[in-house]
Design a protein around this ligand. Structure first.
Ligand SMILES: *[C@@H]1O[C@H](CO)[C@@H](O)[C@H](O)[C@H]1NC(C)=O
Ligand SMILES: *[C@@H]1O[C@H](CO)[C@@H](O)[C@H](O)[C@H]1NC(C)=O
Ligand SMILES: *[C@@H]1O[C@H](CO)[C@@H](O)[C@H](O)[C@H]1NC(C)=O
Length: 199
């Protein structure tokens, strides 16, 4: 126990360092962080020692007017009195959450902002959040692997309209096979075992 405490004290300074370079996060500065991809994940951008300062972190998802952005929560446990996640879309009243909703949220109307607010002053903090967002394509569109949307007519027309080749993958003539980095990973039995033990 004493050894563990000593080790903790010795390493404390070094371990705190990676936390500090995480913060300030660009989303917590002005102007908001702009997310150029139409799919991705977000999580609470705070570290253990950000308990003191209030936070106001905003991400802007550039969507298109006619398509929804769907937001799914893997985790949302905030201290409701001091922390909030606020989702805003141009066509809806804003949504303020501290616990995960029962269903994914479909946000219409284009540019969506997601804001995390924390009161600071050592107010309670919950466990945080982890969410994923993605653009939904219209029925008459092809959904690319990267969640961009292209007209159905561009599916299998020999031109990479998605930018990741996914609209030309698996077509009968397959002039653009899926790039290696987008193919499902091959599970090699050698990588499933234990790591070699170091002495
Ligand atoms: C957070 O940002 C919003 C929008 O810029 C602003 O209206 C609000 O007052 C800010 N809140 C804090 C606590 O800074
Ligand atoms: C957007 O989401 C709403 C539900 O919130 C749904 O009724 C509507 O059909 C969706 N629109 C598109 C274009 O996907
Ligand atoms: C979304 O935001 C971008 C960048 O701020 C802006 O250029 C664009 O016009 C906005 N789109 C809509 C539909 O408001």
């Amino acid at each position: 126990m004493l050894r563990a405490t000593l080790l903790f004290l010795l390493l404390g300074g070094a371990l705190a360092h990676p936390d500090r370079i995480n913060f300030p996060n660009p989303a917590c500065e002005d102007p908001p962080a702009v997310l150029l991809e139409v799919q991705g994940t977000l999580q609470r951008p705070l570290s253990r020692d950000s308990h003191n300062s209030p936070a106001n972190c905003t991400w802007l998802i550039l969507g298109s007017k006619e398509r929804n952005i769907t937001v799914r929560f893997q985790k949302l446990h905030l201290a409701c009195d001091s922390e909030r996640l606020i989702l805003h879309s141009p066509l809806q009243p804003q949504i303020s959450l501290c616990k995960a909703p029962a269903n994914p949220l479909q946000l219409p109307g284009g540019n969506i902002t997601i804001t995390y607010r924390y009161a600071g002053a050592r107010a309670p903090m919950g466990q945080g959040f982890l969410l994923s967002y993605s653009q939904d394509c219209l029925q008459e569109e092809f959904q690319c692997l990267n969640h961009r949307c292209v007209p159905l007519a561009q599916h299998c027309d020999g031109v990479d309209a998605c930018g990741d080749g996914s609209d030309e993958a698996g077509c009968s003539s397959d002039p653009f096979p899926l790039p290696v980095h987008l193919q499902p990973p091959l599970l090699s039995p050698r990588h499933q075992g234990h790591c070699p033990q170091h002495p």
